[in-house]
Design a protein around this ligand. Sequence first.
Ligand code: F6R
Length: 265
Amino acid sequence: MEVVICSSAGEAGSLAADKVAAVLTDAAPRAVLGVATGSSPLALYNSLAHRVADGELDLRDVAAFALDEYVGLAPGHPQSYASVIDATVTRPLGLDPNLVHVPEGFASDIEAAAVAYEEEIRDVGGIDVQILGVGVNGHIGFNEPTSSLASRTRIKTLTETTRSDNARFFDGIDQVPTHCLTQGLGTIMEATEIVLVAQGAEKADAIAALVEGPVSAICPGSVLQLHRRVTIVVDEPAAAKLSLADYYRATFAKKPAWQQFRTAR
Ligand code: F6R
């Protein structure tokens, strides 16, 4: 794991975007991007969008797969992840909407939709770079604590912690769906590269457990310790509980170019 501690959320977004852009450029012309919703990746998306607007980056041929979707929200609901991905990723990054995939949380046969989603990812040859956030309880995707570390795309019950964290996007917690369709931890682990972004003191415990704690289903994100190519990009408040923070800072300072620390795994 590479841990990069940044002085601001903007710097974190820009460094994470460097990494994502480099992988997508290497993988062109058939690059596949895994995208997360939520607040954490917004600075990263913003930085990518600027590069696209400036003509530095062209993502028109990039296929994208969302991590998860609520179950039961009507298609077109503004808080469905299909709508959120469209507004925060597809349009600003200039992706082709026909190449953007979101699990079908409104499908009548949710188990078939889960299997179909795995097949769609497999059919494009897998994900080149997966963007992740992390929940305060250590979830990645919507793999809540005690998720199988080998899990595949499936329906999950959201914890009350997650529902209450996400109530800010709805008119109260009662409006937040109780279930979701999420890529499993085993699915996420098959991405070639993973870039996880987190900001703010409320993520400090989750980041410490994910990076330095035991690999355990109680902190689902800790499974990333078993992946060979993971970069964790955090701001200072999110890094506050890392016991080896000085070591991560020194490691990064000695490797000035992004490409240089890509190889140190
Ligand atoms: C979103 C997702 C979640 C979020 C996590 C953090 O698609 O899968 O794991 O990344 O809940 O959410 P934010 O970034 O809003 O704090």
